[in-house]
Design a protein around this ligand. Structure first.
Ligand SMILES: [Zn+2]
Ligand SMILES: [Zn+2]
Length: 179
């Protein structure tokens, strides 16, 4: 995925890039399909460096981290990097953090942003996607999807917050019985 900076006559400039989901070669557990990728960028020139900020939009099919069912989801994640020639920072050695950089390829001002886009999508995927906020997940004993069916496993754990309420309602029932 190449960001070609030669096409702009002046900066700041804006661009929308459509990513080739195949070339991202994204292999992440729980990701069934990367359907499409779009990158919106604003770029500013500063000497020999280009400061780029924007948003990566990814349309994916992922596994719900609770019930493991595949579902479609849109991710959005901000990106922030500097495009420049690798030789510009060549003498900085270990103190240089290349993660924030996209280096020029082919001796021209076009930067390979594949890694940056890939990292951005991986970050979104690692946030444990859920098919819905109240997904019931799988039964820990028999493995059925509790969104689709119920099971008769004895796994009912009562939330401690409900415990006192339950006692209260039992007492109320007893009182009624006595009166
Ligand atoms: Zn789910
Ligand atoms: Zn069960």
């Amino acid at each position: 995925m190449i960001l070609d900076l030669r096409q702009f006559e002046s900066f700041p400039a804006e661009i929308v890039l459509t990513g080739d989901s195949g070339s991202l070669n994204l292999d992440f557990q729980g990701l069934n399909e990367l359907k499409s990728v779009k990158i919106e960028l604003r770029m500013q020139e500063s000497g020999e460096e280009y400061f780029c900020q924007g948003t990566v939009h990814a349309s994916v099919n992922v596994e719900c981290s609770r019930c493991l069912t595949g579902f479609d989801k849109q991710f959005e994640n901000s990106v922030d990097f500097i495009a420049c020639s690798e030789s510009l920072h060549a003498d900085e050695g270990d103190v240089f953090d290349s993660e924030d950089y996209a280096f020029f390829v082919g001796g021209d001002i076009q930067a390979d942003i594949t890694d940056i886009v890939r990292q951005s999508i991986i970050l979104s995927l690692s946030l444990k996607p859920l098919c819905s906020e109240d997904c019931k997940g799988l039964c820990a004993q028999c493995g059925v999807n509790l969104n689709e069916q119920t099971c008769s496993c004895e796994t009912e754990k009562i939330d401690p917050r409900w415990e006192s309420l339950k006692k209260l309602s039992e007492q109320t029932t007893e009182n009624k019985e006595h009166s």
